[in-house]
Design a binder for this molecule. Structure first.
Ligand code: PGA
Length: 254
């Protein structure tokens, strides 16, 4: 059985005090939610404060990125995997489409960051997803396949088994246009088949594949009903404690 994961990606939102106010409101709303792993990804500057406040709770913290180099070293502006771990993060989002689109992230850098994160014992959430023009041109699967092959290259099966994949179609992020559960399921099943081909049946069966892109309280349950959707990576709807808690508690909302 694959344990579901509901992860919130706060992007470049929330000061430290806003982040702590979220934690204060959110913790009691999910204190009894044992059916899934709960993760939030604040900006780097809030990781320490948020992790301290969540210590001993059922909510874990992710970084939104890590440096491609293990360091320490002369890499101005970068934050290493070991530093985010030192600050309290246990997970790391890697290769988000906004980093690919605006900050020159490539499959090569995704692969480097994934290796470094694994080396530090962080759980990497590796993001893949096609743009609208890829989907319209019938290239959705080949684009995702190339991102998986590039981002997970050179990993052993045991390393790959510690990765979480997030399928986030770029056309669904922040647009209010969620993939239908069927469209998402089709791609999730394809992703699982590619992982099976790359790392064997057992990794393919056990790896968790999250869906991301306009996940909201009212569409999470239908997405989670799909056989190969093992959780969600949530942007906008994770910024507010009440709505993110409703997503975490999707089982009660059927
Ligand atoms: P969204 O973002 O839920 O606001 O569409 C998802 C993401 O970018 O991870």
């Amino acid at each position: 059985m694959r344990r579901p994961i509901i992860a919130g990606n706060w992007k470049m939102y929330k000061t430290i005090s806003e982040a702590l106010e979220f934690v204060r409101l959110f913790k009691p709303l999910v204190v009894a939610s044992t059916h899934c792993e709960i993760v939030i990804a604040p900006v780097f500057t809030s990781i320490k404060a948020v992790s301290d406040r969540l210590e001993g709770s059922n909510v874990a913290v992710a970084a939104q990125d890590v440096a491609p180099e293990p360091g320490p070293g002369a890499f101005t502006g970068e934050v290493s995997a070991s530093m985010v771990k030192d600050a309290g993060a246990r997970w790391a989002i890697i290769g988000h489409s906004e980093r690919r689109q605006f900050f020159s992230e490539t499959d090569e850098s995704v692969s480097m960051k994934t290796r470094v994160a694994l080396g530090e014992g962080l759980l990497p959430i590796v993001c893949v997803g096609e743009r609208l023009e890829d989907r319209d041109a019938g290239r959705a699967e080949s684009v995702v396949e190339a991102q998986l092959a590039g981002g997970m290259r050179n990993l052993t099966a045991s390393e790959a088994s510690r990765i979480i994949v997030a399928y986030e179609p770029v056309w669904a992020i922040g647009t209010g246009r969620t993939a239908t559960p069927e469209t998402a399921q089709q791609m999730h099943s394809f992703i699982r088949s590619r992982i099976r081909a790359m790392f064997g049946d057992s990794v393919g069966e056990s790896i968790r594949v999250l869906y991301g892109g306009s996940v909201k309280p009212d569409n999470i349950a239908a997405l989670m009903d799909q056989a190969d959707i093992d959780g969600a990576l949530v942007g906008g709807a994770s910024l507010e404690a009440e709505s993110f808690a409703q997503i975490v508690n999707y089982k009660e909302r059927r």
